[in-house]
Design a protein. Structure first.
Length: 189
């Protein structure tokens, strides 16, 4: 069964990766870099600050930082345990794919997918009572994740499992946030 899933994952990767075109490579290289998303984060942070107040905002900011730190470090541990080579380093498909970027690190699970989904899940659940369109923040992990396939750095399974892991870690941090907020409710009202 694992062999069949791997085969489907590789085939789906080859198909999705082949949809790329040199004309769009620079765009996807920009999309995959964190720093180009800063304006989106700035808008979300501004909304959070305006809607939540100073103390509550700093609690949320701390929870986001904890989410990124925890998810980033644990995805690196998972990568080290599984040691799955990236598609750009797979000689079996080298002639079939467009490896726009290469990395020597491992592929499973995608840290980009895990981190972006964990933060999106956390921020969405905290801000949904305060802002109508916060669900649009989920476009970030979807676009971010696809960029990794486009560039030749992750299989779709790496991205999907990264999303699932991100949801799990985001949920755990959300529970911690709720606990802190309830325990110290006057401070973070």
């Amino acid at each position: 069964m694992i062999e069949k899933l791997h085969e489907w994952d590789v085939k789906l990767f080859v198909f999705l990766n082949s949809l790329g075109s040199e004309a769009y490579d620079s765009l996807w290289e920009i999309i995959t870099r964190f720093q180009y998303w800063i304006p989106v984060f700035a808008i979300v942070l501004y909304i959070a600050y305006k809607k939540l107040g100073k103390n509550h905002f700093f609690l949320v900011l701390g929870m986001v930082a904890l989410t990124v730190l925890f998810t980033d470090q644990t995805t690196n541990l998972i990568k080290f345990l599984f040691k799955r080579p990236r598609p750009c380093n797979n000689p079996d498909i080298a002639t079939l794919i467009r490896a726009v970027q290469t990395r020597r690190s491992f592929s499973f699970v995608s840290g980009h997918a895990s981190n972006s989904m964990a933060v999106s899940f956390l921020v969405y659940n905290i801000l949904k009572p305060y802002t109508k369109y916060i669900g649009l923040f989920f476009l970030w992990p979807l676009i971010f994740g696809f960029s990794r396939i486009y560039l030749g750095l992750h299989y779709p399974g790496d991205i999907l499992c990264g999303y699932l892991y991100g949801l799990l870690t985001g949920w755990f941090i959300l529970q911690l946030y709720k606990f802190i907020r309830q325990k110290y409710s006057p401070t973070f009202a």
